[in-house]
Design a protein around this ligand. Sequence first.
Ligand code: PMT
Length: 229
Amino acid sequence: ARRGDLAGRRVVVTAGGTREPIDPVRFIGNRSSGLQGYALAATAAARGAEVTLIAANTALADPAGVKVIRVETALEMREAVFEAAAHADAVVMAAAVADFRPAAPSESKIKKTDAEPEPIRLVKNPDILAELCARRREGGADAPGVIVGFAAETDDVLANGRAKLRRKGCDLLVVNQVGAGLGFGTPDNAATVLGADGSAVEVPRGPKEALADVVWDLVAARLPGRTAE
Ligand code: PMT
């Protein structure tokens, strides 16, 4: 039933974790492997979509039939997302984007000396998802019809998820519980997909592809101009 239901649709998916340089050889990063984002890209392509995958620091093979753009930092990801989103029907942001970056990365490798090391001062990164949603609210002509965020929460999963959905202004927020062998780097995930319309769809523990298919079902149902099945 799902085969081909995204034909003619352009979708953008983000995957992986950004790296924020401290110096030429060191960075602040996170444990995202990219598996969830790649599963989203592969399932969308299998359902007929034209897929752009914006991948940050992943070690996974390119999914068949998917255009892959590689980035390293949050600022690079922001640029790639805005460029690709201008022509997209839907954007799904499964990447773990660093909230902060070192304010002034050192141009040469920081040396170990007898003195105590200098503290690393951090500045905020832009919130790509919130910015994308804000641009759409302001009436961006080419804004994507459906915008989906992911949220990695460790406690008060649903309350935090609802608050984050409102704050970011997206249509769907996939709240996955991380920790205890789930989430970052694991083949399985479990999530609740919250809708701006108040809906909540529970996805039990299973392969990341299964969660990806549920996300695309919910996206497909919200795409404007959907043709009857
Ligand atoms: O890659 P895997 O190993 O398969 O793991 C998958 C995952 C656990 C990383 C993934 O399923 C997931 O939950 N991704 C979001 C992780 C996250 O850190 O979320 P967040 O609560 O920090 O951010 C919420 C949303 O805002 C996300 O869609 C994120 O892409 C976006 N964001 C966050 C910060 C920022 N500066 N800009 C953003 O756009």
